[in-house]
Design a protein around this ligand. Structure first.
Ligand code: AVI
Length: 323
């Protein structure tokens, strides 16, 4: 049996990064805290629970599309690549691809250290032939393959429609960084949630069991714990709705009364009904998304959707450098 290889590279953001970004976001109008801070250990656990709610269709449908087309994906991409997954915290969807792609190594990158470490260990145990080089990093800032990883043609995997959590210009910048990471002739396999009727979208972000609400509110619990803040959890409410004009779900935390909160020694006054914007989740038509990808330096190779047209999986490729 092959010797198991698992390496862990820790570039986790420091408490100072959290403080600087949260304070800057609370000083802004409208107030905004980036969604990457949802993912402490509890936030990662709650996100996994969201994906199991009946209303949150993207995970289930994407898995269905990946399973249906895994053989074709492997045929198009080939074997022996270095497979990189920015945000691959739970290493769940990649399992569908591993046997077909037989990569020379797998590099999951995630901001949530313990979650990544456990998932990387599990995937390495399940696929003993696979070299795993896990990198704990805020991939929106640092997206580098660890130098210990082997050299090979590169394939990036970015499932879950996490691209929707960037505003469109930032999405183009991120995709351009991925294009650079994979290099000439490199692939990107990416899941993108499609535009659809408002009722379905609103329900997906307002599940009846309240898991999405708990996920959103957990951000305040985290800030209380890590930045010595005094948010009263009883005075904030989860709010999520589809903003059709902008093609995005917006998530907010709404103050139920006029109140002052202290965060890292600074006071913030909130009016009743005022919100902290915590997440955007953009939805794209197929052509619309391919337009973004093209601006970032990728060309479309293939796209697959489910029969109901809820979710898309795109295979993109950067041009080979010609002679
Ligand atoms: C991670 N990301 C793609 C999820 C989304 O749908 O935007 C995060 C999420 N927020 C609420 N529910 C799920």
């Amino acid at each position: 049996m092959t010797q198991r290889t698992i390496e862990f590279h820790d570039l986790h953001p420091t408490p100072a990064d959290l403080a600087a970004e949260v304070l800057a976001g609370l000083r802004r109008r409208p107030r905004y805290i980036p969604p990457k801070f949802f993912y402490d250990a509890e936030g990662s656990r709650l996100f996994d629970a969201i994906t199991a709610t009946p209303e949150y269709y993207p995970t289930r449908v994407e898995l269905e599309v990946l399973r249906a087309h895994a053989a074709e994906i492997a045929r198009r991409v080939g074997t022996g690549s270095l497979l990189v997954e920015p945000g691959g915290g739970s290493c769940a969807k990649v399992r569908i691809l591993l046997e077909g792609l037989r990569p020379c190594a797998y590099v999951p990158m995630d901001i949530s250290r313990d979650h990544l470490w456990l998932a990387a260990e599990r995937v390495a145990a399940e696929f003993p032939w696979l070299e795993v080089h896990a990198a704990c990093t805020d991939f929106t800032r640092i997206m580098e393959v660890p130098i210990s990883a082997p050299v090979g043609p590169r394939v990036a995997f970015f499932p879950g429609s996490s691209i929707g959590n960037f505003d469109p210009p930032a999405a183009v910048d991120f995709l351009a960084a991925v294009a650079e990471l994979v290099g000439p002739g490199g692939f990107l396999l990416i899941g993108v949630d499609l535009k659809k009727d408002r009722a379905r979208l609103d329900a997906a972000y307002n599940d009846a069991a309240g898991v999405t609400a708990a996920f959103n509110l957990n951000l305040l619990t985290r800030i209380n714990r890590e930045l010595g803040a005094d948010f009263d959890l009883g005075a904030w409410q989860h709010r999520a709705y589809y903003n059709e004009a902008l093609g995005r779900i917006e998530m907010h935390l709404a103050s139920t009364l006029a109140q002052t909160v202290r965060v890292a020694g600074e006071s913030f006054a909130f009016a009743a009904g005022e919100t902290i914007h915590t997440e955007n989740s953009y939805k794209y038509g197929i052509d619309e998304f391919q337009g973004l990808a093209t601006r970032a330096g990728f060309g479309p190779e293939a796209v697959w959707t489910d029969a109901d047209g809820l979710f898309s999986v795109h295979l993109l490729r950067t041009p080979e450098v010609g002679p």
